[in-house]
Design a protein around this ligand. Structure first.
Ligand SMILES: C[S@@+](CC[C@H](N)C(=O)[O-])C[C@H]1O[C@@H](n2cnc3c(N)ncnc32)[C@H](O)[C@@H]1O
Length: 271
């Protein structure tokens, strides 16, 4: 992997809760601090099932990457990587295809620092500090262009990141720019917090995230479906993360218990 000068990194504020570290806490990770844990605990008091939802979102990511690797995809652009945890994208992809190329992108310097430490010495993987709101900086970066061949099918992963875009950022236009970069046979994998689920809990939970450095915007099922544009959603279509090709009895039980999950997800192919 390449080492980059981070002098242009945004400054690290460890005293304000941050969604990447709160998510790490829900997943049972250790890369979180007292303010993150306090905010996450406040969320869990309102909606304890959010811990399960985060875990199911992570499991969806793993199943989607494995599905694509088994379908022959050998290139992955993962925007909104998150703190390294179990079953990171390159680990899942490399189990099926060790030659698969992976580029991770995140705008959080803490994520980058942990990612670089974990990936040091890893083959076929790169990590880039960039912002989803600047698609051209990502799609035109040397890390992406040197590692991924845009003439061959690749997968863009926008998993649990688009809800950090405010409406004023133009999320539809940003996601469309990534869809446009895909060649025929390429895939978009996207999950998003859905406001249709548990409406009573949404407002107070969003209020906690509003006070963090990473506010979340929930969106309706129809708006989330719109992010896939005219790509073809593979079976089962847009679904609660735990209902997307579940493999464990636990995931099936969770879907029965929370049929309207917090995260909706889909995997779609460019015809
Ligand atoms: C909840 S984590 C999701 C991690 C992983 N994709 C998953 O689903 O397990 C969201 C990640 O998106 C990153 N992120 C949020 N907004 C971003 C932006 N505008 N540009 C790049 N990364 C962003 C955060 O730093 C965080 O690491």
């Amino acid at each position: 992997m390449t080492d980059r000068d981070d002098s242009d990194s945004k400054s690290v504020d460890l005293s304000t809760p941050n969604a990447a570290r709160m998510y790490d806490y829900y997943l049972g990770g250790k890369d979180n601090l007292a303010p993150d844990r306090a905010a996450a605990e406040m969320v869990l008091q309102i909606a304890p099932e959010i811990r399960i939802a985060a875990q199911q979102n992570r499991a969806f990511l793993g199943r989607a990457v494995r599905h694509l690797a088994e379908a022959g995809i050998r290139q992955f652009l993962d925007v909104g990587t998150g703190l390294p945890t179990q079953n990171n994208v390159h680990e899942v992809a490399h189990r099926t295809a060790p030659e698969a190329q992976v580029v991770y992108v995140d705008n959080d310097p803490v994520v980058l620092a942990h990612g670089r430490a974990i990936l040091a010495g890893s083959k076929n993987v790169d990590i880039l500090q960039a912002d989803l709101r600047q698609p051209e900086d990502i799609l035109g970066s040397p890390e992406v262009r040197d590692r991924l061949d845009f003439d061959r099918p690749f997968a863009i992963l926008l998993v649990a990141i688009v809800h950090f875009l405010q409406d004023s950022d133009g999320p539809e236009e940003i996601v469309a720019r990534f869809r446009d970069a895909l060649p025929p046979g390429g895939y978009l994998v996207l999950s998003h917090v859905c406001g249709d689920a548990l409406p009573d809990a949404v407002a107070p939970v969003m209020e906690i995230y509003r006070r963090s450095s990473t506010p979340i915007i929930t969106r309706s099922t129809e708006r989330i479906r719109g992010f896939f544009g005219d790509l073809e959603l593979v079976d089962p279509g847009l679904a609660n993360v735990s209902a997307w090709r579940p493999e464990t009895v636990e995931a099936k039980r969770i879907t029965e218990r929370y049929p309207q999950g917090y995260f909706l997800a889909g995997v779609a192919r460019k015809p």
